[in-house]
Design a protein around this ligand. Structure first.
Ligand code: HC1
Ligand code: SF4
Length: 573
């Protein structure tokens, strides 16, 4: 430990820590903008400058190591003046559309301008000019709002191991973009949206599709159904001021009903169905010597990553469509038939924690119902915007139940939303199908939690099955490289594109740098998902009565002909 003085307070801090960390541990606030814990610690924006006794210039506290006897001032006139000037200069070259910006009231630059008491911008001069890139089905990039903090660059390279965005040009011309200023749609971007989640301003956002949903809801000819992803039931509440990880399943159902959806269904239902199909696919590959390890297929950002960067593993990917897509295919066949509705009139909306799901719904493989299976995908954030626009306050609503039959699910479906959940759900079912015995302990804790790569072993009738779980594409890279180099051998691997799994998806409520500092949002939301599972009356996919009925009435059996037609696909290099 070293001892230093910050604003007259004697503080002890671990050797190697930064002045910013030392100050925060003592409850002293230093504002930051580019800083993002463990992801972007580069001292680029200079908002966090402090005065160091004896030093000639102000220093960026986020990269300044503590040293014995150091004397720091965090709020001297020179410091305040410098911070203000920095932010004024940023604002002078910023497209100041605050009132109509998607990040209005949720923007770190806006908040900082307010906190620093900025009342006018004295440096009006030349402004950068850049076209908006909205060619991607998932991500919109507006470089005129970019403040060059590089948080997106770090997230894309460090968390996702993708690195398709970086600074182009120099000086005033600098722009964060794919190489040669190409569109995100033309490079090997996975559409994961992690860059959006870390953007402090509105330079990156999802491709908003709210208007299409308003239009469908207003059309008396259309039967509009909505499906809600596993992860959003523990995150939507954050948009309405509830604590992170608050479970809002019943209120969410009530809210969507009030918005005007004809049926409120649940992606958890098809998550259970995925387990039936994928579990049997695993067993078939194990028995018949198919391609192993089997890799999960429900995360479209991961599938796109595999197509771009590891095409040699495409045959390992399960042929199961994701639960979102299975739902769409069944809504326009099984459900339409059962409800006596012309499938061309059924309009399927998904609410997903994910931006890549927008892209997935538009893939040419996803039209097996005879129509585009899922019509519109909204992120959690877009869904909240719709509710707010309609004057619906989630907090005040009663709890309501999903509609039947596509709204019936088990705890196994719910845990899809957290890293390790697909694996755990699959193991619960595969174990009982193979052994014919009842599983005593349903909790496969070894595959839970936020560690980047998790491993476990399960014995099935005397055969050891080795499994692994990776979340965040940088971890996916590690696992795939280990398999490729013969350093690891698995039978079944779950890969989720986003850190923490879908709870950390690129369409989720924004977690600011300050909140990320205070707690691990992946952990908080993940724990909430496991609580949902614990409280469900049924916790194994094969016990879902609506899934059983679906097989009896429509599909026949797992991996049967109808399943193959509607629920499976192939990704080819
Ligand atoms: Fe996911 Fe999935 S869990 S991919 O993370 O398999 O997005 O939540 O909906 O499809 O079920 C996302 C979440 C989601 C699918 C399911
Ligand atoms: Fe990188 Fe994902 Fe953003 Fe694409 S969407 S630029 S892969 S972080």
């Amino acid at each position: 430990m070293v001892e230093l003085t910050i604003d007259g307070q004697k503080i002890k801090a671990p050797k190697g820590s930064t002045v910013l960390e030392a100050a925060r541990s003592a409850g002293i606030k230093i504002p930051t903008l580019c800083h993002l814990k463990d992801i972007n610690e580069i001292g680029a924006c200079r908002v966090c400058v402090v005065e160091v006794q004896g030093a000639r210039s102000l220093q960026a506290s986020c990269v300044l190591p503590v040293s014995e006897g150091m004397v720091i001032r965090t709020n001297s006139p020179a410091v305040r003046e410098s911070r203000k000037t920095t932010v004024e200069l940023l604002l002078s070259d910023h497209k100041r559309e605050c009132l109509t910006c998607v990040r209005n009231t949720n923007c770190e630059l806006q908040n900082l301008a307010e906190e620093l008491g900025i009342r006018d911008i004295p440096y009006e001069g030349e402004k950068s000019k850049h076209p908006i890139d909205d060619f991607s089905p998932s991500i919109v990039r507006d470089a005129e709002k970019c403040i060059l903090c590089r948080r997106c660059v770090s997230a894309c390279s460090k968390l996702q191991g993708v690195a398709v965005i970086s600074p182009n040009e120099r000086g005033f011309e600098t722009v964060i973009a794919p190489a040669f200023n190409q569109s995100l749609n033309d490079v090997a971007c996975t559409m994961c949206g992690q860059c959006i989640n870390v953007c402090p301003v509105g330079a990156l956002k999802e491709k908003e599709e709210i208007d299409k949903v308003w239009e469908a809801l207003a059309d008396p000819e259309k039967h509009v159904v909505v499906q809600t992803a596993p992860a959003i039931r523990v995150s939507l509440g954050e948009e309405f001021g509830l604590e992170m990880g608050s479970p809002v399943m019943g209120k969410m159902v009530a809210a969507l009903r009030r918005l005007g959806f004809d049926k409120v269904f649940d992606t958890d239902f098809t998550a259970d169905l995925t387990i039936m199909e994928e579990g049997h696919e695993l067993l078939e590959r194990l028995e018949k010597g198919g391609k192993l390890p089997l890799l999960t297929s429900c995360s479209p950002g991961w599938v796109k990553f595999c197509e771009h960067y590891y095409p040699e593993f495409l045959e390992n990917i399960s042929t199961c469509k994701s639960p979102q897509q299975m739902f769409g295919a069944l809504a326009k066949t099984y459900y339409a038939e059962k409800a006596g509705i012309d499938p061309s009139k059924v309009f399927v909306v998904s609410i997903m924690p994910c931006t890549a799901k927008k892209y997935e719904a538009q893939r040419p493989e996803m039209r097996d119902s005879g129509y585009q299976d899922v019509d519109v995908v909204l992120t959690t954030r877009e869904a909240a915007r719709m509710l707010k626009e309609a004057g619906i306050d989630l907090k005040t609503l009663p709890e309501e139940e999903f509609d039947e039959p596509l709204g019936i699910s088990t705890g196994a479906g719910a845990i899809f939303g957290a890293t390790g959940g697909v694996m755990e759900a699959a193991l619960r079912t595969v174990y009982e199908v193979v052994t014919g015995k009842e599983l005593e302990n349903l909790d496969f804790v070894e595959v839970r939690g936020v560690e980047g790569i998790k491993e476990s072993e399960v014995e099935l009738n005397g055969k050891k099955i080795k499994v692994a779980v990776a979340h965040g594409l940088a971890n996916a890279r590690k696992v795939l490289d280990m398999i490729k180099n013969g350093e690891a051998e698995y039978h079944f691997v779950e890969i989720m594109c986003c850190p923490g799994g879908c709870v950390g998806g690129g369409g989720q409520p924004i977690v600011t740098a300050q909140e990320r500092w205070e707690r691990d949002y992946r952990e908080v939301r993940g724990k909430a998902i496991y609580e949902v599972d614990k409280n469900m009356p049924l916790r194994k996919s094969h016990e879902n009565p609506a899934v059983k009925a679906l097989y009896e009435e429509f599909l026949g059996k797992p991996l049967g002909e109808k399943s193959h037609h509607l629920l499976h696909t192939h990704y080819t290099p």
